[in-house]
Design a protein around this ligand. Structure first.
Ligand code: AMP
Length: 280
């Protein structure tokens, strides 16, 4: 496995690989790797000849009061996990190399970014779309793999690729969970024991919503109230949002027809966690 930090070297590696007829799968991450990332890497290895993973904590997707400085970083551990998951290259550029002082170009996937996490994290998706477009331009992958854990992000990247005619296939992978249902996340590392137990309310609320839908409750209001009751029964939890929305546009639904996205963001102590589930 190769560790590449230079943008030029990453670009040359990919150009050479493609000239020799090899296909490239790309998994962008912010590191602090867990089983969710590993499932993406496994898929990448299945789909292409060469597997490239990036580890880059992207400063421009964090708000001023968010956890950019304290975001967990452990490159040595991440490299061992990348190698165990058969990555061929880990691309780990410096923030200064990605964002020159005169950097001024941003991508705004306007409508999809307004909903869900976009409401409390204003510039977040602009930062995500911009860094992913840059990484796509550098890595030149055939296939890029993202997790449905960040469902809104996945839709935004798909929209960006379509709107800007970027030549990459975007593949989504299901949410990897701990045995007790908690969605795997780098931010789970911040949770103390009590918070870790409290965090189970996200999955419990989603399972309640799913059960109601499967018992023919199609009114979002009823589903949302039952889910809210579960979260609010947990003293350490504060709801940021709980929504029942369209799986493609993320617009709120008045009535569920065939399918819907149940999505929620909840603060457990100081840690903001997200999770979701598709109905139908
Ligand atoms: P991150 O390092 O948190 O930016 O995530 C990098 C990629 O891993 C994104 O495409 C995420 O959606 C994906 N990912 C994170 N957590 C999970 C999970 N629990 N299951 C599946 N994919 C995940």
């Amino acid at each position: 496995m190769k560790l590449i930090t230079s943008i030029q070297e990453m670009r040359s590696f990919s150009s050479d690989a493609k000239k020799s007829g090899k296909s490239i799968a790309f998994v962008p991450t912010m590191g602090c790797l867990h089983g969710g990332h590993a499932s993406l890497l496994k898929k990448g290895k299945e789909l292409c000849d060469i597997l490239v993973m990036s580890i880059f904590v992207n400063p421009i997707q964090f708000g001023p009061k968010e956890d950019y400085a304290s975001y967990p970083r452990d490159l040595k551990r991440d490299l061992a996990i990348a190698e165990a998951n058969k990555a061929d290259v880990v691309f780990n550029p410096a923030a200064e190399a990605m964002y020159a002082q005169d950097f001024q170009t941003y991508i705004d996937v306007a409508c999809l970014s307004k909903h869900l996490c976009g409401i409390s994290r204003h510039a977040h998706f602009k930062g995500v779309a911009t860094v992913v477009a840059k990484l796509f331009a550098i890595v030149q992958a055939n296939i890029a793999i993202f997790g449905e854990k960040d469902y809104q992000q996945l839709l935004i990247i798909k929209a960006m690729v379509k709107d800007l005619n970027i030549d990459v296939d975007v593949v989504g992978m299901p949410i990897a969970r701990e045995l007790d249902g908690l969605a795997m996340s780098s931010r789970n590392n911040y949770l103390n024991n009590d918070e870790r137990k409290a965090a189970l309310c996200l999955h419990a609320a989603l399972m309640k919503g799913k059960e109601l839908f499967e018992n023919n409750v199609k009114k979002p209001n009823i589903i949302l109230q039952e889910m809210r009751n579960i979260i609010e029964a947990e003293p350490l939890a504060v709801v940021d949002y709980i929504n029942v929305c369209d799986v493609n546009t993320l617009e709120d639904l008045d009535k569920i027809q065939d399918s819907a996205l149940l999505a929620l963001a909840v603060k457990i102590g100081k840690v903001r966690l997200i999770d979701n589930c598709i109905l139908g």
